[in-house]
Design a protein around this ligand. Structure first.
Ligand code: 1HE
Length: 258
């Protein structure tokens, strides 16, 4: 369990709620806080099946803590970026799917963090930006890999070259968020979705977290084989067989009906 002062962790049944809790600094990610994020996801209790990532206050996350952006030499800069990579990999490829509850600023490293989550729910106050361009730096938390996969390379290039800010509705349209909800409702919707995700068979969630993004990067002939292997493993689980029997014998919900 976490003991970081700027992270609040609550376990609500089989869902973990991880909240950045540094509202006075708009949840800016100091080195200590990014290491805390990593440790929190690494050490989630084994009973947890899904997580919500939230930010305290009016903003999800203002990105890198700029007060720590000191005169690093190239080697130190490399290791700093790799530290972020390791932390955000723990979010993306950690134990459970993560639903981000976005509101207010989702900028710079905050957007990189959001992009490492599996589902993004944004409320109407959300805005997205990559101010790195205007600060004379570059993304370093995996954004160059993950953000083009959400919105395309051309849009990311424009954001960084021109400082363009996407509002919540535009962000949902271009692919930053899968859900757009009224102001103040992102957390409730994210929790509802995480509870739903937690009910899936664990191997299905594993396949979606670990196999799907890799298959999407593979050449088609390799992807088809990886898909077939993953499908065979998932359907061999006793839980999968039981779920299919439940449907065939009328005990499971029909698609589109609860
Ligand atoms: C910060 C940070 C921060 C706020 N590092 N201290 N990120 C940015 O370039 C975004 C910078 N932040 C902003 O543009 C604004 O703060 C917000 C739009 C997010 C919010 O505005 P607002 O008016 O609600 O808050 P504020 O008054 O600007 O900030 C409140 C306090 O938080 C203030 O400190 P105070 O001591 O004067 O109260 C701010 O200095 C502080 N604060 N954001 C440090 N980011 C892996 S590489 C990733 C590279 C990046 O992420 S670069 C992008 C960095």
């Amino acid at each position: 369990m976490t003991s970081h002062p700027d992270i609040q962790l609550e376990i609500d049944g089989d869902v973990a709620v991880v909240r950045l809790n540094r509202a006075a600094k708009r949840n800016a990610l100091s080195d200590s806080l990014i290491l805390g994020v990593r440790a929190t996801f690494e050490n989630l209790p084994s009973s947890v099946r899904a997580a919500v990532l939230d930010g305290a206050g009016d903003h999800f996350c203002a990105g890198l803590d700029l007060s720590e952006l000191t005169e690093r030499d190239a080697g130190a800069g490399l290791h700093h970026s790799r530290m972020w990579h390791a932390a955000l990999e723990e979010v993306q490829y950690g134990p459970v799917p993560v639903v981000a509850a976005l509101h207010g600023a989702v900028v710079g490293g905050g957007l990189e963090l959001a992009a490492s989550c599996h589902i993004r729910v944004a409320d109407e106050t959300t805005f997205y930006a990559l101010p790195e361009g205007s600060r004379g730096i570059f993304v370093g938390g995996g954004g160059a890999v993950r953000i083009p996969r959400l919105i395309g390379t051309a849009r990311m290039t424009d954001m960084m070259l021109t400082g363009r800010v996407y509002k919540a509705d535009e962000g949902e349209r271009v692919g930053f968020a899968q859900y757009l909800v009224p102001a103040g409702q992102a957390f409730a919707k994210a929790l509802e979705l995480a509870r739903r995700v937690a009910q899936n068979a664990p191997l299905t969630n594993y396949a979606l977290m670990h196999a799907l993004p890799r298959i999407a990067e593979q050449p088609a002939d390799q992807g088809f084989l990886t898909e077939a292997l993953m499908a065979a493993i998932a359907q061999s689980a006793p839980e999968a067989k039981q779920r299919v029997r439940d449907f065939l014998e009328g005990r499971a919900a029909k698609v589109g009906k609860s």
